[in-house]
Every structure is written in C-alpha cells, then in structure tokens.
Write a protein that binds this ligand. Structure first.
Ligand code: RB5
Length: 154
C-alpha cells in the first residue's frame, strides 16, 4: 500500500522506525517530515499529511506527535480525513472496522515502538465493515447545518 507518515519533533525517531518497518513489509512510504533535530509545530505537519490523504495519492496516513492528540486534531480538521488516536490494537481495529479511519495517530511519549508497530499492523490489516457504518461515516464528512438533524433507526 501507499502510506504517508508525518510527525512533529517529539516523534521523529518513532517515525523513522515505523517508516523502515513499513518498507520492510512491502509498503511504499512517503515521509513528509520533519527531519530529526528541528523543533516544529504539529499542526503544520498534520495539515500537510491531511492534504496528501485527501488528494488520494496514498491509501493511509500515519500521524505522530508526543501524545498523538495534537496532530490528530489537526488532521481531523480536513473533512476528507478520519484520524483515530490509538495506543492499543483493539482501538486500531475498531477505528478501521467501524469508522473507516484513513489516518492512525499515535504518541511517541505514550507507547513503545513494538506497541506502535502492533497497532499500525492491525490498522492496516483490518477492513471497514460497511453496512450501517457507511451512513455514519458519510455524516462525518458532512457536518449538519440544520439543528433538527438527529435521525433514529430501528
Ligand atoms: C510537543 O512538545 C508536544 O506538545 C506535541 O508533540 C504533542 O504531544 C501535542 O499534542
């Protein structure tokens, strides 16, 4: 698969390790930066990653910062992106199965490299379940303007 990866300064080491691991698994990886050693702002790299995912030149994005939180908030400001912060495999699996997440975010200060690889591997292997989730995921890309927008289903 084609995968883009980006981080802030807190996660450049994890970014390099995950990029290498993905290439070893046979994926094509676009490392959007930054290089180690520079202090940067996570929104800049979150927005950059989101643009690449939204263009459709990659299937998935990997967003990394100290906690995974800040960069995930930035990515999710792009309506084409569904970014889930995870620190364990069950969430990584449900992020794909129910939310059709196209970006995974993780925190380099929160989890170790092996756990990050396990979460990423699960994320990439898990298929979207479709069915009732299609309707819900479609709503994520189309926020309501009507205050009476709540639907119920049997
Ligand atoms: C950088 O120090 C840190 O704030 C950032 O990596 C991230 O954790 C923000 O959410």
């Amino acid at each position: 698969m084609r995968i883009a990866i980006a981080s802030d300064h807190a996660a450049t080491e994890l970014k390099a390790l995950l990029a290498e691991w993905l290439i070893d698994q046979g994926h094509q990886v676009a490392d959007l930066g930054p290089d180690a050693g520079e202090s940067v702002d996570y929104p800049d790299y979150g927005y950059k990653l989101a643009e690449v995912v939204a263009e459709g030149t990659v299937e998935f994005g990997v967003a990394l910062c100290g906690t995974g939180l800040g960069i995930s908030i930035a990515v999710n400001r792009n309506p084409a992106c569904r970014c889930a912060v995870v620190s364990e495999q069950l969430s990584a699996s449900f992020a794909r199965e129910h939310n059709d997440a196209n970006v995974i975010a993780m925190g380099a200060r929160m989890i170790g490299t092996e756990q990050a690889k396990a979460c990423l591997g699960t994320f990439l292997e898990t298929q979207f379940a479709g069915d009732r989730h299609v309707r819900r995921v479609a709503k994520l890309g189309n926020p309501p303007t009507d205050p009476d927008h709540i639907e119920t289903h049997q």
